[in-house]
Design a protein around this ligand. Structure first.
Ligand code: FMN
Length: 185
């Protein structure tokens, strides 16, 4: 699939078929994660692949009636993307910018590599960010310095999703200074 086609046609998928996803494909998607860019190549993401039904159920419980909770149950596999704290964004042991820890940013880049690679393989994903993170950290037995960020169920889409509308370019692109319109043809 062409890159632009992949970006434009990826949708959040909240319902999956019962079809399994091969280990080869899962491996390819994790390889896409591996090659994401990161602050000073720190690669602070950690991915927990959840297949165990009991752990899955605990993830569902932690999402507390999220619109995408059902996807965790239906997915062929569920990825929990986590980030190691206190490394990304640092230089010589202190945060290099006012933004502090950049691990969430790097984790997001890794996640989007994963989701686009999945879409390229004809698979669906959805980001689930609204959940009880402390509960999930405990369920997964994460060490103190690693925190869950998003849950991404993965599987074959049971139905098509409609694209929610996007802002037009002139609503967020500026020329030279904020508020000055960038001429869009
Ligand atoms: C950081 C992040 C968190 C999200 N959390 C949720 C969520 O908790 N539940 C959900 O149903 N969708 C969630 N989404 C999916 C968005 O609602 C979705 O990406 C957006 O509406 C655009 O739709 P599209 O992905 O089909 O283009 C999340 C997306 C992102 C990027």
């Amino acid at each position: 699939m062409e890159t632009m086609e992949c970006i434009l046609t990826r949708r959040s998928i909240r319902h999956f078929t019962a079809d399994k996803v091969s280990e080869e494909i899962i491996h390819e998607l994790l390889e896409a994660v591996r090659w994401a860019p990161s602050w000073a190549n720190t690669q602070t993401w950690e991915v927990v692949v959840v297949k165990d039904p009991d752990i899955r159920q605990q993830l569902v419980d932690a999402t507390n009636a999220n619109r995408a909770s059902q996807a965790i149950t239906e997915a062929a596999a569920v990825m929990v993307f986590c980030s190691r704290q206190g490394i990304a964004g640092t230089k010589n042991g202190t945060y290099a910018t006012i933004k502090g820890d950049w691990s969430m940013f790097d984790c997001a880049l890794a996640c989007q590599n994963f989701c686009l690679a999945a879409h390229n393989q004809g698979l669906g994903t959805v980001y689930i960010g609204r959940f009880d993170h402390e509960k999930v950290d405990a369920v997964l037995g994460l060490p103190e310095d690693i925190k869950s960020v998003v849950i991404i169920p993965l599987g074959y889409a049971a139905r098509e999703s409609k694209a929610p509308p996007r802002k037009s370019l002139n609503e967020f692109v500026h020329l030279d200074k904020f508020g000055q319109s960038y001429p869009i043809k």
